[in-house]
Design a protein around this ligand. Structure first.
Ligand code: AKG
Ligand code: FE2
Length: 339
């Protein structure tokens, strides 16, 4: 019988550069972590401390901007769900998330507006902040490369060709990152930093400000605390990876509890996703793994689509009802005023 874990497993990516035994050990640990928990700490990833420190300096500088400068790049102005969301502007499970954030995604020329998910493509709203764009672009590039390396390792571990996922990610990958600030809770009540959810995409590389707890991951009917670990990303798979593996790999519920009064918590999730219109390829699993694949979660309130854009627009409309109402009333079923 599998034992219930009390902390997330650690996977060491530097083993990939070792000998055959090391590589086999790496793949085994990657597979076990994402089959059993869906979340793990990734160390040995090669993104150095100076780069991570510079990113957090940039995050702090952004949130320290005067309110007017943040509202200049407010997401409400963007039909593409890019830009700044104030406290209270985002919802999970119908309840307010107590966090402020800026969403920055890959920028490609528009391919149209029908199907509706094509509207997710477009420009970012870049704040007036020296060096911001360079630091963010550099981070996106590094995480994109790391994401692709991980996808190839998963493909090998799952008994298929290393390049199995490459096509879905080669053209216009829909990478998205958020800079997030959770304020301390002002009253004794436990507050929702971000409510319990699964990530709608393929893979998330999350960097948490050193020393800051609050992230919890569902496991065996309870919650595991996932505080940051020195030099590690917290990595989790999203709904599309569950779809690709017929549920052998799990997209796992997680949430963030607001930090204690008088403190704050910063984090930078990076979501690695295929092109909006790409159908997520599904692996024909080897028999021993297939025997342990329960199928994709069937939740009528949260249907999983194999087309990434469909899955993503569903999540965006739900999380940002004000942006949806202003720019996409046709997609939420509201009526547009007519003369
Ligand atoms: O801030 C965190 O630690 C997690 C954020 C998260 O789960 C998300 O934005 O999807
Ligand atoms: Fe998440």
């Amino acid at each position: 019988m599998a034992t219930t874990l009390t902390e997330l497993p650690i996977v060491d990516m530097s083993l990939v550069d070792g000998d055959d035994t090391d590589r086999a050990m790496f793949r085994q640990s990657l597979l076990a972590a994402t089959h059993e928990v869906g979340f793990f700490y990734l160390v040995g990833h090669g993104i150095d401390r100076d780069t991570r420190d510079r990113l957090f300096d940039t995050v702090r500088a952004f949130f320290a901007l005067p309110e007017a400068a943040k509202f200049d790049v407010e997401m409400l102005k963007s039909p593409h769900f890019r830009g700044y969301t104030r406290f209270g502007g985002e919802y999970t499970q119908g309840a307010i998330d107590w966090r402020e954030q800026i969403d920055l995604a890959a920028e490609y020329p528009s391919l149209g507006s029908d199907p509706g998910y094509l509207r997710l493509d477009g420009p970012n709203l870049w704040p007036e902040l020296a060096g911001f764009r360079e630091v963010i672009t550099d981070w996106q590039k590094r995480c994109g490369e790391l994401g692709l390396r991980l996808m190839r390792e998963w493909a090998s571990s799952l008994g298929t060709d290393r390049a199995f996922f490459d096509d879905a990610f080669a053209q216009r990958p829909s990478t998205l990152m958020k800079l997030v600030r959770y304020p301390g809770r002002e009253d004794a009540a436990q507050r929702q930093g971000v409510g319990a959810h699964k990530d709608p995409g393929v893979l998330t590389l999350l960097l948490i400000e050193p020393g800051k707890g609050g992230l919890q991951v569902e496991h065996d009917g309870g919650w595991i605390d996932a505080p940051p670990v020195e030099d590690a990303f917290v990595v989790n798979i999203g709904e599309l990876m569950e779809y690709a593996t017929d549920g052998y790999l799990k997209a796992t519920m997680h949430r963030v509890q607001s930090p204690p009064a008088g403190t704050e918590r910063l984090s930078v999730p990076f979501f690695f996703n295929p092109a909006l219109s790409s159908a997520m390829p599904r692996i024909a699993l080897p028999a021993d793994l297939a025997a342990d694949a329960p199928g994709v979660t069937d939740d009528p309130h949260n249907p999983i689509s194999g087309t990434f854009g469909e899955n993503m627009i569903k999540a965006r409309l739900r999380a940002h009802p004000d942006v949806a109402a202003r720019h996409h009333p046709d997609l939420v079923g509201a009526t547009t005023p007519t003369e």
